[in-house]
Each structure stands twice: as structure tokens, then as C-alpha cells.
Design a protein around this ligand. Sequence first.
Ligand code: 5GP
Ligand code: MG
Length: 474
Amino acid sequence: MDLAPPPERGIFCNRTLNLRAIEAVGYDMDYTLVHYRVEAWERHAYEHLRRRLASLGWPVEGLRFDPELMVRGLIIDLELGNIVKANRFGYVKLASHGTRTLSFEEVRRVYALTPTDLATGRFAFINTFFSLSEICMYAQLVDLLDEGEISGISSYAELAQRVRQTLDEAHWEGQMKAEILADPERFIELDPDTPLALLDQLRAGKKLMLITNSEWGYARSIMEYAFNPFLPKGMRWRDLFELVVVSARKPSFFSAQNPIFRLVDEQGWWEPVPGPLPQSGIYLGGNAATIEQYLGLSGDRILYVGDHIFVDVNVSKKLLQWRTALVLRELEHEVRESSAASKQQRELDERMSLKEALERELCQLRLLEQRRRHRYGPVIDLDEAEIASRSAELRGEIQQLDERISPLARRVGQLCSERWGPLMRTGRDKSHLARQVERYADIYTSRVSNFLFRSPFVYFQSPRGSLPHDPLSG
Ligand code: 5GP
Ligand code: MG
């Protein structure tokens, strides 16, 4: 394997992490060790959701899943039925009401004084690919609710709750997953390098764990399909793991004392484990404290790798100080698109700094005119007419610049998604999602097999980072 990965397959570091010092690595399964074809999975989930709503009498016959409509990292405003994209401070920069995109003025009118605050019940963050079907349906139903097509629902929050509950039932009921297992090729994007990356870590002396919310029957079949063909002869996926925990019920797995059961036979016979874990093996439920006790390790020796920004990295870090790695598959597309647009980005940056310089001069002239009119401050050798004429000149130049800046800004603002732009940026600023990644994920990368480029012995060093007052380079 080439030692230098393509830029989009890098492992990016927020907080210095020495992989040598990590003694146990826990992995989430869905969208972490196993990647699904998002559009196929979500279309499938959406259809289950739609059929369930139709059977309850909802007018959803004509609705179709639209993969372009929503992306991860958006926030639902449950009070107003809006879906918004916020910057790192929580200020909303883009929004739609249902499926209708709101204009710049509308966004400003509604949100100038209302930053999104995830600690309040009003806003819900879209953490995972599994939410795309739900949020697409929600936006379409907001449209129908506004048109008076849905009865018995009194608020946008209640509507969201009904959609959530219905999708939840579809996940639980089993049919949806049975169909996935019946046709794994259609839904799973295999990565033959992932098992090798884990095997490297195992042979380097690390204890590996699989901790998934998926249930045993599903997890077993998925892991067999995605791992067994790519392991050395005679080795099975479960030989990689010291502990496998299914139906883990994250995030409460990291905080509560959920009971734990051990698999005693392959048909799915579980026995309760009242005290410490007796041995390596396959478990159901339980909690992180029991795992730490079994491993004899504290949080800073354990790395947890997952794709869910809240469940996998936020909670495990906040409550247990586990080291964290976030898997963000969208990065691959995002990095490729950004480098394809780098010429436009450079031109935009140049024109923006030119515009800033012109605006600075214009502001100075305005101040000079104010002082001249009120007769105070240092004497200047410009009269009223000269100030006015230079100001008009500057305004003309700024307008000309704007004519070029607008389409460029639109182009880079629509990278990756025409509606929502790139995942990690909101305009020139970091996105709300980027801020979450920075705070909770020590490292982040597009897929687990990227560890192959860095080995189990790597020292991830965080970059120095930039601050607004840093001297300009070059
Ligand atoms: P993990 O990412 O922890 O490996 O597993 C995620 C599991 O949660 C998958 O089995 C997935 O089907 C399930 N899941 C995702 N979204 C929902 C949901 O809305 N409701 C329920 N009940 N399960 C979900
Ligand atoms: Mg997952």
C-alpha cells in the first residue's frame, strides 16, 4: 500500500494522540466498520417509513425520497418546522421551511437573535446518515401540514415526534433489516482493507472491541459478510475482538448501569452476568464501566471509533474521557471537491481582501467627512468635494468587485451540496458540525482502513492551528 494517502484519505488530528499508548480500541459497527450505500439504505428506510405512515391514513402516496434534500450536520428547528445550517457559534446561515429554501432576508428575520442551542428542546442535530430518510420525510410533511393536508397534528414538534416514532418502529420490527440481509450487495459498500487494519492493531498488542447498537443476529450476518472473506484463511471476524457488545444502547451504555448478558449458544441464548465479565466473548447490553473494569484500563488508554457525533464521540469523551476517532465518510467527497475548486477559492480570497481594503478606505473617508463637518480632529487637506468624489470612485470599484465575488462565493458555497454546501463550513466560517468534531473527536477520518496508511504505532500531532491575530504569512 502506498504510504502517502491521497489527501481525502488522511487521518486528521484535533488533539495529539499517541496510538502506541492506546491499549484497547473499541469500534462501532454501522457506518464505522461497515459502510452502507447511503442512498440505497435511506431510500429503503424511507419506503418503510412511508408505507407505515400510509397505513395510518397519512397522505404520503406521492412522496419520494430525495437524496439531495438533506445532509448530515443540519439542525431541525422543531418549533418552526425549519431545517437549518448553523456556523460554529450556532448562528443560522441557511434554512429551509419544510422543503422550501428560505431567502437571506427571511433567515435574518427569523434567526438574527436566535442562535441554535442544542441544550434546549427546540433544536435537534442530525448526527447520522440514518436520519436522512427521516428528515427528508419530515420536511415533506411540514409542507403537507402547512397545506392543511394532515389532521390531528397540532405542531411541527409533534409532527417530528410522530415521524421519529414511526421510523423507530420500522428499525425495531425487523422486516427492514431482514431485507438488507437478504441482499447485502445492494446495501453494503465493502472495504477489503478494513479487516487488515484491525488485524494490524490486534497483532500490535491492542485489545479490540466491537460495541454496536445493532442486535446480534444482524451484527453477526453483517460482519460475516463484510469481514470474513478478507481475513487470513481460518480466521473469522470475531477472532479479532476481545469483546463484542451488541444491543449496546449507546449513549446510555456510557452512563447507565444497564444489565449485561453473555451469549452461551449460537442460537441466541443469553445468560445474565451479575458481576465482572468472566472472559472474552460476545455480550449483550451492559455498560462502559464494566468494560473498563474487565480491561483494567482507564479512559485515556481506550480509543473509541464511531460515526455518530453525539453517541460515539461526544458522550464517550465527556463522561469517560475515552480518546475518540470520528468516521466521516463525506470527507472524501468534500476534500476532492474543495481541491477541484481551489483556483476559485484563491480568486475569491484575493478579491475579498481587495474589497476589505477598499471598504477600509471608504470608512476612513466617511470619518474624515464627519470631522470636517463638525470641525474637530486633525486638519486635513481634502475638501468636501474631493472626499465625495473619491468615495464615489471607491463605491464603484466595490460594486464591480461584488459582481465577480457573488458568483464565486455561490460556487464555493455550493460545494458538495447545492442546497447546503460543504459539511465542515458555513460560508467562510466553520460549520456547527465542524465545531462538534473539533471539540469531541481527537482524530477524524473518512474510513477505518485509513489507519493502514499510518500503522498502529503512529503519533498523531495536532497542528499548531491559526488565530486571527497571527502575523500574515508570505
Ligand atoms: P451502530 O452504529 O451503533 O453500530 O448501530 C446503529 C444501529 O442503530 C443500527 O442497527 C441501526 O439500524 C439502528 N438505528 C439507526 N437509526 C435508528 C432509529 O431511528 N431507531 C432505532 N430503533 N434504531 C436505529
Ligand atoms: Mg454507527
